[in-house]
Design a protein around this ligand. Structure first.
Ligand SMILES: Nc1nc2c(ncn2[C@@H]2O[C@H](COP(=O)(O)OP(=O)(O)O)[C@@H](O)[C@H]2O)c(=O)[nH]1
Ligand SMILES: [Mg+2]
Length: 154
C-alpha cells in the first residue's frame, strides 16, 4: 500500500484548497469560480510510482468536525492559507487545535501570492512554524512547481 499516498488539504473556507487540488490534477480553475466544497472532495494525482489521493476538506466551520476522522492515515497534510494577516492567525489557531495532524507530515501553502500585500511564504512559515511554500493556485504555470513540491514531500 506504500504506493498509495493520502494527502489532505485543510484550511479555512475560500483560501484556495479546491483550486490547488484542481491544479494538481491538471485542470486549473477559472478565476472567481465560486464552488464551495460540501463535505470532502477527492482528487487523484500520479507522481512517479505513487498514486496520491488528494482529500480536499470543506473549510466551512460546520464541516470542520469531520476533519478529525478523515485526517487519519494521511501521509501529508497541507495547510492552506490565503496569505493575509487575518487568515494566517486563524490558520495558526487551527494548527494548535488539530494536534492530531501529528502522525502526518505537515506543510503549509501560502496561497494567493498574486494578490497585492500577500504575506511572503517566509513570514507565513515563521508564524505557523511549519515549512511553507508560496503558491498561486489559479496559475497553470504553477502545476510543475506543485508537482515538484508533492514529489519531494511524500
Ligand atoms: N487571486 C487568486 N485567487 C485564488 C487563488 N486560489 C484560489 N483563488 C480564488 O479563491 C476562491 C476560493 O477558492 P477555492 O479553491 O474554492 O477555495 P476553498 O474554499 O479553500 O476550496 C475562488 O474564487 C478562487 O478562484 C490564487 O492563488 N489567487
Ligand atoms: Mg473547496
Amino acid at each position: 500500500m506504500d504506493n498509495i499516498v493520502k494527502v489532505s488539504l485543510v484550511g479555512a473556507q475560500n483560501v484556495g484548497k479546491t483550486a490547488i487540488k484542481n491544479l494538481l490534477e491538471g485542470h486549473p480553475q477559472k478565476a472567481d469560480a465560486r464552488d464551495p466544497t460540501i463535505g470532502v472532495g477527492f482528487g487523484k494525482v500520479v507522481v512517479d510510482d505513487k498514486t496520491c489521493c488528494i482529500w480536499d476538506y470543506g473549510g466551512q466551520k460546520r464541516f470542520q468536525f469531520i476533519w478529525d476522522a478523515f485526517l487519519k492515515g494521511s501521509r501529508l497534510t497541507i495547510v492552506v492559507t490565503d496569505s493575509t494577516e487575518q487568515n494566517v492567525e486563524e490558520t495558526k489557531e487551527m494548527l494548535t487545535r488539530f494536534n492530531r495532524f501529528q502522525g502526518s507530515k505537515v506543510i503549509a501553502f501560502a496561497n494567493k501570492q498574486d494578490i497585492a500585500g500577500a504575506l511572503s511564504p517566509d513570514v507565513v512559515g515563521d508564524r505557523l512554524g511549519v515549512k511553507t511554500y508560496g503558491t498561486v493556485a489559479l496559475d497553470a504555470k504553477n502545476i510543475d512547481n506543485l508537482l515538484k513540491i508533492l514529489k519531494s514531500e511524500i
